[in-house]
Design a protein around this ligand. Structure first.
Ligand SMILES: NC(=O)c1ccc[n+]([C@@H]2O[C@H](COP(=O)([O-])OP(=O)(O)OC[C@H]3O[C@@H](n4cnc5c(N)ncnc54)[C@H](OP(=O)(O)O)[C@@H]3O)[C@@H](O)[C@H]2O)c1
Length: 346
């Protein structure tokens, strides 16, 4: 029996029945995705506060290190972790902005009855200016020896950079591309190599002590993203490296996680208004904190998880490439118009 004769034998009822079946399967898939995203259990407040400690009675001062902590998502991580009882070590280039975030963290910790004066060796907030694009080994070694003084239970590898605006690969400055790779890839690896051995040693000494490392992924690694290709590729590296390494670190007492993130209102995204799928950094982190220790790959903001499952994981690469090329080309045009307006007004 040929395909043509089978198709010819189909009645209207067959076609309607097949259509209903496909629609039911699709709706069931969407419902399952939505249920999985919105009903998944998160970490308890107790679990969130437990990193670096042997138990609830262990009052040893524990630090959270946050890279790129002077602004955006990193500053929000720092404030939230301080609210959860962690002393913080804040790293970025702009010292004045780091001090402002440190003041917020200190206030949150003071409210919990902790004080700087009580323990001079364990300040509530440490500001450590650092440029993550450096390849100078002496600077990295100096950072490592400064950090060795603290018991670190949480590392948020948050720092990340892109180009000022979407730009064709062949027109990008080589120095900008190197900076993206140095900050988004090498710096994450170096920070983890500096901090993870101490975390592993504390777990080896007392198996109750676990630590956590979060790496900030991006939706740009999930589909082609012409004009922002090197940034997207750097985040693809981060995702592959983080998820693979997490399996090596788990038995050493370290939960390493990649947080898949789509647009968040910040200087990097250049989005000034929040919407259903663009949270503020504080809102994003209020969801992100609840995914600590929940597995190597997380998409903590529910609207981002929906977009990831329903669009990025479902549409063909060719279509996604064309769609995102259109979006980044428009972003470039509007960035160029803004630049022209600024040049005119100067
Ligand atoms: N915003 C989004 O839509 C979005 C989406 C997906 C993923 N992400 C990821 O989330 C992370 C945070 O993004 P964000 O939007 O919060 O960025 P942001 O607002 O631009 O903040 C970036 C932070 O990194 C610091 N920084 C930049 N270059 C640095 C360098 N060379 N050395 C040290 N610190 C440096 C900045 O401080 P200084 O200038 O003071 O150094 C700032 O504290 C990044 O990894 C980003 O890729 C963001």
């Amino acid at each position: 029996m040929s395909v043509v004769s089978v198709l010819g034998a189909l009645t209207r009822e067959h076609v309607v029945g097949a259509g209903l079946l496909v629609a039911t399967v699709l709706v069931a898939r969407v419902v399952a995705i939505v249920a999985r995203i919105y009903l998944q259990p998160g970490a308890s407040a107790r679990q969130i506060a437990s990193y670096g400690r042997a138990g609830p009675d262990d009052k040893t001062p524990v630090y959270a290190v946050i890279t790129g902590a002077s602004d955006g998502i990193g500053a929000a991580w720092a404030r939230e972790l301080a609210r959860r009882g962690y002393r913080v070590i804040l790293l970025a280039r702009t010292e004045s902005k780091l001090h402002a975030v440190a003041a917020d963290c200190r206030a949150a910790l003071t409210q919990q009855g902790l004080s700087d004066a009580a323990n001079a060796a364990h300040p509530l907030a440490v500001v450590r200016p650092f440029d993550f694009s450096t390849r100078d080994d002496a600077l990295w070694q100096a950072l490592a020896s400064d950090l060795a003084a603290y018991r670190i239970g949480v590392l948020i590898n948050n720092v990340g950079v892109s180009t000022d605006m979407p730009t064709a690969f062949l027109e990008d400055k080589m120095s900008d591309l190197e900076r993206i790779l140095d900050v988004n890839c090498l710096a994450q690896v170096r920070m983890t190599r500096i901090i993870a051995p101490g975390m592993a040693a504390r777990h080896a000494a007392d198996a109750r002590v676990r630590s956590v490392i979060v790496n900030m992924g991006s939706g740009s690694s999930e589909s082609p993203i012409p004009l922002i290709a090197t940034y997207g590729a750097s985040k693809a590296f981060l995702k592959a490296w983080s998820v693979s390494t997490s399996f090596e670190l788990a038995p050493l007492g370290i939960d390493m996680q990649l947080y898949m993130t789509f647009f968040v209102q910040s200087a990097m995204s250049k989005i000034s208004r929040t919407s259903w799928n663009v949270p503020s950094p504080d809102t994003y982190v209020s969801y992100a904190i609840r995914r600590l220790g929940c597995g190597p790959f997380q998409t903590p903001y529910p609207a981002h998880a929906l977009m990831h499952q329903l669009i990025y994981a479902s549409l063909p690469t060719m279509l996604m490439g064309r769609l995102s090329h259109g979006v980044t080309a428009k972003l470039r045009e509007s960035a160029l118009r803004k630049q022209a307006r600024q040049n005119k007004s100067e």
